[in-house]
Design a protein around this ligand. Structure first.
Ligand code: FE
Length: 141
């Protein structure tokens, strides 16, 4: 079982050993967040989720995306046009696939979230294509 921290306000980076992450995360979360895995489209818990609230990092609890910026991209993965704060996510060039893509990870714990593409809607034109397993939804109370 994962046990994300609930303090979203700290900017302090989180560094844990591979063994610690393996212990804290469930196998699917570990495979995606720590091993740059991808869930199959239309199978995750949030691709068709429409609640009002925030999506936190499933590994460290940092707030990453808001429901107001979520849209239906038709991809089968939760898609957002911007992060909650620019500093919440970091990107890296990913050359592991056939196409060069831009990988997106949590700025606090380094957990892999998904990729960002430039075919998103206004106002940013960006599509943050994120694995459900990397997220934990927190409903607005
Ligand atoms: Fe994180």
């Amino acid at each position: 079982m994962s046990n994300p921290q609930t303090d979203n306000t700290s900017d302090a980076a989180i560094h844990k050993s591979d063994a610690e992450w393996r212990e804290e995360l469930n196998p699917e979360e570990y495979r995606i967040l720590r091993k740059q895995g991808t869930e199959r489209p239309f199978t995750g818990k949030y691709w068709d989720h429409h609640g009002q609230g925030q999506y936190l990092c499933a590994a460290c609890g940092q707030a990453l995306f808001e429901s107001d910026t979520k849209y239906d991209s038709g991809s089968g993965w939760p898609s957002f046009y911007q992060p909650i704060q620019q500093k919440a996510v970091e990107t890296e060039t990913d050359t592991s696939g056939r196409e060069v893509r831009t990988e997106v990870h949590c700025s606090r714990c380094g957990g892999h979230l998904g990729h960002v593409f430039d075919d998103g809607p206004n106002p940013t034109g960006l599509r943050y294509c994120i694995n459900s397993a990397s997220l934990k939804f927190e409903s607005e109370q």
